[in-house]
Design a protein around this ligand. Structure first.
Ligand code: SF4
Length: 229
């Protein structure tokens, strides 16, 4: 065990000596969810067992650098931010991710986790806001949805549908009704960037009086696609 003094608290936290494979750490504006626009440190972990048709982070499937949690924390601390998002790839594909999430919460950060919805989230620290995808038929990975994950969500988590077309949109409404998702947590509808016209999706949401938050990825509007944003 190593001891560190976190930046925001006058307490010692024990940091297990485990290694995570990290694709990138960067500081940007949160591009999605109810935290959109907030300055946030992103930690992108390497690896994902899925292959969604529209994946915009294929570069995170492989490579990266082995980093200790202490090193990751030190880099995050350098940005002096309150918000941290752990993303991927699929971050939960590395079991050590659970330790990183817990330590970040104990250190005093406001932490969110972006996950595909295909892996078990039951062990994620309760203080973490889980942003959980529901994979649609258009993604090509609909069979990977782990529906049991819905049992581990609360009102400070968010469910996200990334929609390829109108068939995905109708399917998402069907799933919302089937699983009573509106009672679980806020729901996000996102158009696939460059594939589904956001204005068209907005028209459908208003037409159908859906209780969802439609979102466009802010970082792509600002900077387009690419690593580090
Ligand atoms: S789950 Fe995310 S990272 Fe993995 S293939 Fe799908 S979009 Fe890409």
């Amino acid at each position: 065990m190593t001891l560190i003094v976190p930046p925001s608290q006058d307490v010692f936290i024990q940091i297990p000596k485990v290694i995570l494979r990290v694709n990138e750490i960067f500081f940007s504006l949160q591009g999605e969810t109810s935290r959109v626009g907030l300055p946030t440190v992103f930690v992108r972990l390497t690896g994902c067992p899925l292959r969604c048709n529209y994946c915009d982070t294929k570069y995170a499937f492989y490579g990266g650098e082995g980093m200790s949690i202490s090193t990751v924390l030190a880099e995050i601390d350098g940005y002096k931010a309150r918000y941290v998002t752990i993303t991927g790839g699929e971050p939960l594909a590395q079991k050590e991710c659970l330790i990183l999430l817990r330590i970040l919460c104990e250190t005093g950060y406001l932490v969110s986790l972006e996950t595909s919805g295909a892996l078990d989230v039951s062990q994620v620290d309760a203080r973490v806001s889980k942003i959980l995808d529901i994979k649609t038929p258009g993604s090509g990975e609909v069979e990977k949805n782990c529906w049991a994950n819905l049992n581990y969500l609360t009102q400070h988590d968010e469910l996200k549908f990334v929609l390829c077309d109108e068939a995905d949109y109708q399917w998402a409404i069907e799933m919302m009704h089937k699983y009573l998702m509106g009672n679980i947590c806020p729901i996000l509808f996102s158009p696939v960037y460059g594939q589904l016209d956001p204005a068209l999706l907005a028209t459908w949401v208003l037409r159908d009086r859906l209780q969802v938050r439609m979102q466009i990825q802010l970082h792509k509007l600002l900077w387009g696609e690419g690593p580090g944003r």
